[in-house]
Design a protein around this ligand. Structure first.
Ligand SMILES: C[S@@+](CC[C@H](N)C(=O)[O-])C[C@H]1O[C@@H](n2cnc3c(N)ncnc32)[C@H](O)[C@@H]1O
Length: 235
């Protein structure tokens, strides 16, 4: 697609939310319909397994020798696929950020779900005194500009449990040599180098990273590579 100027300036957050308001409130809707493509029905399960393994490498998990935590934040949570499939298994309480309230309404009375913030990442204001052991942000950072992402990460840093808290980012990767704008949902697929620059700008250091493995691939369809980054305050 032809682009002019920094690709992140093409992001229109209202257009992004409008796209998602029309999406199905299902795992398949959250994953852009990919679960309905022949051979791809296992993508959500494989994604969650990859995330569980990544958290285990950080010492977090339900198995012996790993630690459970008190609080997690699921950012850009959609219908709570990650809250239910991952975070509630390792954290006592989970807060949620998600701009589309029809996705989160069914989560209001779910055991373990504490506060739901129906705003975009760029408008989120953490309540006074709250801290999180895990802040998980997956498949939604493409909806905010580079500056908004840095501001969001700075906020995350300020509400992370001192020393032990960790921020995890799990996002698609552009491999075309540039960040790629997608007009369908008004989002940006960033390159690894862009993520690393923005993390540094936000005062975060990378403590672990891994590629998601095991996604299916067919002769006619291949998903973007997906990378997981674990971050802590640089100082
Ligand atoms: C691809 S879905 C991923 C949902 C969830 N993270 C998952 O992996 O199942 C993208 C989500 O980002 C949300 N979203 C759109 N704009 C956003 C914004 N500005 N800030 C945070 N989330 C946003 C959408 O409403 C949608 O729920």
């Amino acid at each position: 697609m032809a682009q002019s100027g920094p690709a992140d300036q093409m992001i229109n957050s209202q257009a992004g939310v409008k796209y998602w308001q029309e999406a199905d409130a299902s795992d398949n809707g959250m994953l852009g319909g990919v679960l309905g493509v022949a051979g791809f029905a296992s993508v959500s399960r494989i994604d969650l397994q990859g995330s569980r393994t990544f958290l285990a490498r950080l010492g977090i998990g339900a198995k012996r020798g790993r630690n459970l935590v008190a609080t997690a934040l699921d950012a850009g949570a959609g219908i709570g696929r990650i809250t239910e499939g991952l975070l509630l298994h390792v954290a006592e309480q989970v807060d949620i950020i998600e701009p589309v309230s029809k996705f989160t309404d069914p989560l209001k009375d779910k055991a373990g779900v504490r506060q739901i913030f129906n705003v975009g990442l760029q408008a989120w204001q953490p309540p006074e005194g709250v801290t999180y052991d895990i802040i998980w942000t997956q498949w939604c950072l493409g909806h905010v500009t580079d500056d908004q992402m840095v501001e969001y990460l700075e906020l995350c840093k300020s509400v992370l449990t001192p020393n032990s808290g960790v921020i995890v980012i799990k996002e698609n990767q552009s491999t075309s040599g540039a960040d790629m704008f997608d007009a369908t949902d008004s989002s940006l697929v960033r390159e690894d180098g862009t993520f690393l620059r923005l993390f540094e700008r936000a005062g975060l250091k990378l403590i672990k990273s891994d590629m998601q493995r095991g996604f299916p691939e067919t002769p006619t369809k291949r998903l973007y590579p997906v990378k997981m980054y674990a971050l802590k305050p640089a100082s």
